[in-house]
Design a protein around this ligand. Structure first.
Ligand SMILES: [Zn+2]
Length: 254
């Protein structure tokens, strides 16, 4: 296909390191404010709707209800080390999260995807090879998203995948296509740059300072050494809980 369809993992890692758009947003700017799809939202879905109701091309970046509610989302896994540790932490505290899965990693570690699903977490399509899809045609996007869901369902037959998140937040034409396949585009409202690990203390500080009612928090359990993220989450959850916060899922519609 086009040059942007390169699938090498090396390239994916380089792009991960760059993480072009996410960091520029900082913690205060909702992702969709800068990353709105370039074309108006299509009104006609491009495929069969999921049985759980219509999705929209709007990029959701908040929880369903306000108050002291927060949603944790983890990108770029599964990773054999970090994801397993993270699942232990979430299970210990009875917290459910969203896992945005990198298709190539799903193929490498299907057993971890099975555990994510068995533990009751929500699955999110994060594309097959973590490409920047911002210039892709709808047809290219659709093929990639379907391939990713097929990889997920090879690991977990009949898995529900109610969300899609574009790698790097480079949405391009992906929101309409994802919505047409029954996946709500999932943005975020708080990123703490855990892809350039600043130390666990600093991560916890950024998270506690940045969290606001209805936050969707972007974190990473794959694509690099995510030990600091796991350690930060292990401290964040009890701290927020004791402060009256509860953990929930992102809204299903924009
Ligand atoms: Zn990612």
């Amino acid at each position: 296909m086009t040059a942007t369809r390169g699938r090498s993992r090396t390239r994916g890692r380089l792009l991960t390191a760059l993480l072009t758009l996410g960091p520029a947003l900082g913690a205060a700017t909702p992702a969709h404010a800068l990353l709105r799809p370039s074309s108006p939202s299509p009104s006609t879905p491009e495929g069969p709707l999921a049985s759980n109701g219509p999705t929209t091309p709007d990029i959701v970046d908040s929880t369903r209800r306000g108050g002291r509610a927060v949603a944790l989302t983890f990108d770029d896994g599964p990773d054999p080390r970090a994801t397993s540790q993270l699942l232990d932490v979430l299970s210990e505290h009875h917290v459910k999260a969203v896992f945005c899965l990198w298709g190539d990693h799903v193929r490498q570690h299907p057993g971890i995807v099975r555990r994510i699903a068995a533990d009751g977490h929500t699955l999110c399509n994060h594309a097959m090879s973590h490409d920047d899809m911002s210039t892709w045609s709808a047809e290219e996007v659709r093929a990639d998203l379907l391939e990713t869901n097929a990889a997920i369902r090879e690991a977990v037959p009949h898995a529900r995948v109610p969300y899609f998140r574009a790698p790097y937040g480079a949405w391009g034409r992906t929101p309409g296509t994802a919505a047409g396949l029954g996946m709500q585009p999932l943005g975020w409202s708080l990123a703490v740059e855990d892809w350039e690990p600043p130390g666990t203390d600093e991560l916890v500080r950024r998270l506690e300072e940045g969290v606001a009612p209805g936050s969707v928090v972007l974190l990473h359990d794959g694509g690099g050494d995510r030990g600091q993220t796991v350690a930060a989450v292990a401290r964040l959850i009890p701290a927020l809980k004791s402060d009256g916060w509860h953990f929930t899922r992102p809204a299903r519609r924009g």
